[in-house]
Unconditional design. Structure first.
Length: 142
């Protein structure tokens, strides 16, 4: 039986495999690229904002950030204005790979949308946004 969950899951797993292969030279995995993106795009972002941006629970965010910090991609600093929060900063190493990470993400997206008309691309994105909103309504804390 064909279901949307089956095909969204398959597309997600295949894009994950593809991106892991492409990002291996950078020293990161696909699951980490979102963190690199947000932290490089907004240095000083607070750690408590990340779960809402990447849709990953707080404990997994903490684990991934710890790994990125150990690998030399992220620096964490206590916020001088609010000692209860931690600010995240990209290292030079993160800034160095950031353009390649974004380029690979863009290439993956182009490959996924190959042979789609612009109208089909817009429709697919619109439909996926609706799917996401429908699910999100059932998960108030997501």
């Amino acid at each position: 039986m064909e279901t949307i969950t089956k095909w969204i899951g398959i597309a997600e797993r295949l894009s994950d495999i593809y991106m892991n292969k492409k990002l291996a030279p950078c020293g990161i995995r696909f699951s980490q690229h979102m963190f690199i993106n947000h932290i490089c795009s907004a240095p000083g972002l607070t750690q408590d904002k990340l779960p809402g941006l990447v849709y990953i629970n707080k404990s997994n965010v903490t684990r991934i950030l710890k790994t990125l910090e150990e690998q030399g991609f992220v620096r964490r600093e206590v916020n001088p204005e609010d000692k209860r929060t931690v600010q995240l900063y990209p290292t030079d190493r993160a800034m160095e790979i950031f353009p390649m990470v974004m380029e690979q993400r863009e290439l993956c997206e182009r490959l996924m949308m190959e042979d789609f008309t612009q109208e089909e691309k817009d429709l697919l994105i619109s439909l996926l946004i609706r799917v996401t909103k429908n699910i999100r309504r059932q998960l108030p804390n997501a």
